[in-house]
Design a protein around this ligand. Structure first.
Ligand SMILES: [Zn+2]
Length: 310
């Protein structure tokens, strides 16, 4: 039995320090399951970042719940996730392989599925080329995932250290592109790894919020290629018409992935033994984690590990 109360990390005000609170342990509603109840479920599961969806809007009815008009997102528009217990909507659960640790699975449930969804939406033919722009929390996963999906991969980042890190993984990119290099030099590097009718990458996936990356990615994307936009620059970004229009580039917006794709990702990740860069934190150190994140020095994903029983 779960205790009556539990510890939770709460955001009480945006851009203010995190609070550690003692709150009532959630009780599952009919469509929710409780991970401590073996009658409800015998598997270890992950939950993608949704609390619930309305079930009545056009996208919900069309089987596209991630585009629901009124979704409740855990930790964003409703409580949840950063606590010792969580009630999860069975519609958003993903079965985890027995040997997969929770701390490895956690970053896949939002960062992982976001970049995987983006790569899938790029819709590049097998053997084609994909550039991952921004090798951070999403990008370091994306570079490995795209490689395992059979693509030629270019990792693009402004930090040499981020490129060196992905180059050290088993499933390393085919080309490392330093964003500060001249575009011509980067295109030469890319064209050296692929044989295509057009110079440049078949698709680029924007896994950074940095506006300058959008322009660079457009320059590195080939004629008739695709740009998938995942990054969310605070003030938006501009793209030069000379590249986008004259090269007939398709712009695709991508949010996250659904549970079917999340399950595919978990299996691909586990089968290929991909590497996820994590820094572990105790619940009590949540504010320290926030400061570390804000300092911009952290690569990879920060994971809060709850209790010893997980
Ligand atoms: Zn809906």
């Amino acid at each position: 039995m779960a205790p009556k109360t539990m510890k939770a990390i709460q955001i009480q005000q945006y851009n203010e320090p995190y609070h550690i609170s003692e709150v009532p342990t959630p009780r599952p509603k009919p469509h929710q399951v409780c991970h401590t109840d073996p009658m409800a479920l015998n598997n270890e599961v992950g939950c993608i970042n949704f609390d619930s969806v309305c079930g009545t809007c056009t996208d919900c009815k069309a089987g596209l719940p991630i585009y629901c008009d009124a979704p409740l997102m855990k930790g964003i528009t409703t409580d949840g996730a950063w606590a010792e217990y969580m009630a999860a909507d069975a519609r958003f659960l993903v079965k985890l392989p027995d040997e997969m640790e929770f701390k490895v699975a956690a970053p896949l449930m939002c960062a992982g599925i976001s970049i995987y969804g983006g790569i899938v939406r790029a819709d590049v033919r097998k053997g084609g080329s994909i550039g991952i722009a921004g090798i951070g929390g999403l990008g370091h996963l994306g570079a490995q995932i795209a490689k395992c999906m059979g693509y030629k991969v270019a990792a693009i980042d402004v930090k040499q250290s981020a490129l060196d890190a992905v180059a050290s993984y088993e499933h390393r990119p085919d080309a490392l592109i330093l964003a500060t290099d001249p575009v011509e030099k980067s295109l030469d590097k890319i064209n050296g790894m692929i044989s295509s009718d057009y110079p440049g990458l078949d698709a680029t996936v924007l896994a950074t919020d940095h506006p300058a990356a959008f322009e660079l990615a457009a320059a590195l994307t080939r004629k008739h290629g695709t740009m998938v936009l995942l990054g969310q620059p605070e003030k938006g970004s501009t793209l030069p018409y000379q590249t986008v229009i004259y090269k007939d580039i398709t712009l695709v917006g991508s949010l996250v992935a659904d549970t079917v794709q999340a399950q595919e990702l978990v299996e691909l990740f586990h089968r290929n033994r991909l590497h996820v860069e994590i820094t572990e934190w105790k619940i009590e150190d949540a504010e320290q984690m926030r400061q570390w994140y804000l300092s911009g020095t952290s690569g990879g994903k920060n994971v809060v590990v709850m209790g010893d029983n997980l």
